[in-house]
Design a protein around this ligand. Structure first.
Ligand SMILES: CC(C)(COP(=O)(O)OP(=O)(O)OC[C@H]1O[C@@H](n2cnc3c(N)ncnc32)[C@H](O)[C@@H]1OP(=O)(O)O)[C@@H](O)C(=O)NCCC(=O)NCCS
Length: 166
């Protein structure tokens, strides 16, 4: 059974939550990019303040995040993460229920996201929610500033000895 709404509450994520969130993200194995720096996060939060969600437990500890973006055509999910000691209690499901409801309210027809190769927990989570791996498109991108690529320890394409050097 998942925690009750009183035990974990969903709130708006703001820049005040960023440092705590960065610690949470790192602790779940996510790696941070230039987009996670305060200035860049400020752009996302300022553009779509109502699509940024934080989950806090009864003690006020940040236990989950789900960040959203809406560009008028597609809705994007970023940084869905739940503290390792709070996983499998339905917190990510609550965050995504809320985020998807907000996407729909904005007029979005589809939500999209990227899952790093090898992230089996995330794949299982999104598959269970009805998300599909879309094989008709290849994800393409270009880093417009240096430093956006994953560190070798987290890059499935990196040589094994570098990946082991975590
Ligand atoms: C993916 C993640 C957000 C799921 O959070 P969570 O709060 O544990 O998810 P929920 O409890 O809402 O899980 C809902 C359902 O998803 C599936 N699921 C979630 N985690 C799973 C796992 N590790 N293995 C298999 N299925 C899983 C199950 O069907 C689960 O239902 P169940 O517990 O009744 O079996 C969490 O594992 C996480 O933070 N991972 C690290 C960060 C990350 O990789 N984020 C995704 C970036 S794309």
């Amino acid at each position: 059974m998942g925690p009750s709404d009183l035990e974990v509450r969903l709130e708006r994520f703001t820049l005040d939550d960023l440092e705590e969130a960065r610690t949470l993200w790192r602790s779940t194995g996510m790696w941070l990019r230039p987009s996670d720096e305060p200035r860049q996060m400020g752009l996302l939060v300022a553009r779509d303040p109502d699509l940024q969600l934080a989950a806090r437990d009864a003690a006020g500890r940040l236990v989950g995040t789900a960040l959203g973006g809406w560009d008028g055509r597609r809705a994007y999910v970023y940084h869905l993460a739940v503290a390792t000691d709070s996983q499998r209690q339905g917190i990510a499901s609550r965050l995504m229920d809320e985020l998807e409801a907000r996407f729909l309210a904005r007029g979005a027809l589809k939500a999209k996201l990227q899952v790093l190769v090898g992230n089996d927990a995330s794949r299982a989570f999104f598959r269970a929610r009805g998300y599909l791996l879309e094989s008709d498109c290849e994800p393409w991108g270009k880093e417009l500033v240096p430093g956006g690529a994953p560190p070798a320890c987290c890059d499935p394409a990196a040589p094994e000895d570098l990946r082991a050097a975590k």
